[in-house]
Design a protein around this ligand. Structure first.
Ligand code: NAP
Length: 121
């Protein structure tokens, strides 16, 4: 079984929901955890609450991913695990869904989980 204590973990979207719960659990077991999110205020508040390292990052802005992942790497002194959790969903009537919803969802949930996109172009 993998020892969690001392593991360095980056969790995208760690400022709420599943990401926050995962961060809390890993921290309680001795892991060093960095969390990301778009809402800086919420991110910093949660990071303080659960003793995580806040990394302000919008994964849909793939050009900035490399730099922010490096920030997390340096802040933690390395990185053992990436939890690619950040994601969004659009709920409602199909007739209300706009092309922008698809664009944002794809940028976040598809391109935002692949660091290679941040290296292209
Ligand atoms: N909950 C479910 O039943 C369920 C089911 C299937 C799949 N999932 C997937 O599981 C993941 C977590 O779900 P959840 O329910 O815990 O979601 P959640 O409570 O809405 O939390 C999403 C987290 O991701 C962050 N986030 C969203 N867009 C981001 C972006 N572009 N860049 C960086 N951070 C971003 C949010 O913070 P900010 O808003 O501040 O950015 C928040 O911390 C998602 O990928 C979701 O699609 C969830």
């Amino acid at each position: 079984m993998t020892k969690i204590s001392g593991l360095k973990v980056l969790i995208t979207g760690g400022s709420s929901g599943i990401g926050k719960a995962t961060a809390k659990l890993l921290i309680s077991q001795g892991a060093i955890v960095a969390i990301t999110g778009r809402d800086k205020k919420k991110l910093e508040k949660v990071a303080q609450e659960i003793q995580a390292i806040p990394i302000h990052l919008d994964v849909s802005k793939y050009k900035s991913i490399d730099v922010k992942v490096l920030d997390a790497f340096h802040s933690m002194g390395g990185m053992d695990v990436l939890v690619n959790n950040a994601g969004i969903g659009v709920f409602g009537e199909l007739s209300d869904v706009k092309i922008e919803h698809f664009e944002t969802t794809y940028a976040t949930n598809v391109f935002g989980v692949d660091i290679n996109y941040s290296r292209s172009g």
